[in-house]
Design a protein around this ligand. Structure first.
Ligand SMILES: Nc1ncnc2c1ncn2[C@@H]1O[C@H](COP(=O)(O)OP(=O)(O)OP(=O)(O)O)[C@@H](O)[C@H]1O
Ligand SMILES: [Mg+2]
Length: 457
């Protein structure tokens, strides 16, 4: 017959339980349960106080991974305690934040979800650190727990200002003691092609950001002030595909400008052209100087709070505003960005492509826009799509933003149509798209969408 200890361990292996539930399941009295728990203090996680006390089992008993401290780095580079994460058996997490009360959840707490990166850099990260962490070099083999282990050990440079785990904090502090060399703006054109090569050959330390485009980071010397940048680049090859990627990077730069001209916030970027290659150099809005960091949270993480499916930006804006998480002004800006994206052919409207900045107590402002380009024209399996852009049908929920967003999109297509850094063929596409939006603005009849591919040599 199994002892109470064994029965208790089995019950808690499935999920967290209250003392009342344990008394009922084990058929014992409160004093017996208390004595039992006292003898098992090293095996059990006791959460909360008084009547709200719950019990669970740590995911990795007796190991340092059982309780993970989370730190925040401020704009000056000073370290602060932010919270503690305890992964539990049964797939649950206990999150204790310094600022507010603790919570038990079935998924990674939304506050720290962005620490788990994905995409190109995450694949490079798995390849570089897999061996050292005794994990597979393939990101696709990693579980959420593997990603957490990796983040707690080599996650010193995640987006935003949070760092998980003592080891990652030690790596950040190591960085502070051995700061990277600043790059002079004049050497960008010379150094970027080499950095791009090394990034593709996985010879550099991978950038710890999400997103599917390859990228690297540099710290520029901007008139004496260190400035952290992320750099996206087109392929060095002289091919139609490479040309299209280069055109789209110029477009990304122009969309950010068009957004700023319209009065919204967008990341600051600059283009560096070197030979066939185009580099889009974007100032990081979550970094300050060499070591300072600023908090950001993705729409994906913030949206997890309301436990609704991630569908589209307009609906998310409405929901987050209704729940009091963002103000009307921010909801309107997010809707504007959704419409603008529709009108510039940015089909990449996933919830990682919008971020917020915490503002005051439990309120969020839209972070600068980033990652917006006419993705419908991205090369697909080596082919160059020349899709006929169709101005989107207009959404009622965002009616008040339409005219303004359309003006900005027209400005974007117009500036791309005359930008000599863009190939002639693509400039023609931009010109036609500008005309289409202007036609829609005048209430004219829009031709129907029709996808086709140019497949010439
Ligand atoms: N200027 C910036 N400052 C700080 N973080 C940024 C900035 N721009 C992008 N990021 C972060 O880097 C991630 C990747 O950036 P971005 O979306 O531009 O890359 P991408 O590879 O083009 O992405 P996608 O695969 O979505 O097209 C973003 O999800 C965001 O977290
Ligand atoms: Mg992105």
């Amino acid at each position: 017959m199994r002892t109470y200890r064994q029965q208790l361990l089995q019950l808690l292996a499935d999920r967290v339980m209250t003392s009342r539930e344990l008394i009922r399941e084990l058929g014992i009295s409160q004093p017996t349960l208390s004595r039992l728990i006292n003898t098992m203090q090293n095996e059990i996680v006791v959460m909360g106080k008084g009547r709200a006390t719950c019990y669970g089992l740590p995911k990795k008993p007796g190991q340092e991974f059982s309780r993970l401290p989370v730190y925040s780095i401020d704009a000056k580079g000073d370290v602060h305690s932010y919270g503690q994460l305890t992964p539990l058996q049964g797939g649950q997490y206990w999150w204790q934040s310094i600022a507010c009360s603790s919570e038990i959840s079935h998924h990674l707490p939304w506050q720290i979800q962005d620490l788990l990166i994905n995409g190109y850099c995450a694949r490079a990260f798995a390849l570089r650190y897999g061996d050292q962490l005794k994990l597979s070099p393939r990101l696709t083999d990693w579980t959420e727990e593997d990603m957490l282990i990796a983040t707690s050990r080599c996650g010193e440079d995640r987006p935003g200002n949070l760092i998980l785990g003592e080891e990652s904090l030690a790596r950040y502090l190591e960085l502070v003691h051995n700061p990277p060399e600043l790059m002079e703006p004049g050497s960008q054109a010379l150094e970027y092609p080499q950095l791009a090569l090394k990034t593709l050959a996985r010879e550099t330390i991978p950038l710890q950001l999400s997103g599917e485009q390859p990228k690297f980071s540099v710290c520029l010397n901007e008139r004496g002030a260190p400035c952290q940048m992320l750099v996206k680049f087109s392929p060095a090859a002289d091919s139609k595909e490479a040309r299209r990627y280069a055109d789209l990077l110029v477009c990304e730069h122009l969309t950010l400008e068009a957004i700023r001209i319209a009065g919204l916030n967008a990341a600051r970027s600059r283009l560096v052209i070197s030979g066939n290659q185009t580099f889009l150099c974007i100032k990081r809005f979550d970094r300050r100087g060499l070591f300072g960091r600023l908090p950001v949270i993705s729409l994906r993480a913030l949206h997890t709070r309301i436990q609704e499916p991630c569908d589209d930006w307009v609906s998310a804006a409405t929901r987050l505003h209704k729940q009091g998480i963002i103000r009307l002004s921010e909801a309107r800006k997010l809707k504007w960005l959704a419409l603008f994206s529709d009108m510039i052919g940015n089909a990449n409207q996933h919830f990682g492509n919008i971020s917020f900045v915490p503002h005051g107590k439990d309120n969020y402002l839209l972070a600068p826009a980033y990652g917006m380009r006419p993705t419908i024209y991205e090369p697909l399996a080596g082919e160059i799509p020349a899709r006929l852009f169709t101005p989107p049908s207009l959404r009622k929920e965002a009616e008040s933003e339409i005219a303004d967003a359309r003006q900005a999109a027209i400005l974007f297509w117009k500036s791309a149509a005359i930008d000599q850094r863009i190939s002639e063929g693509f400039r023609q596409i931009c010109f036609e798209n500008c005309e289409l939006l202007q036609l829609q603005e005048r209430g004219g009849k829009i031709p129907q969408s029709q996808d086709f591919f140019i497949n010439k040599d």
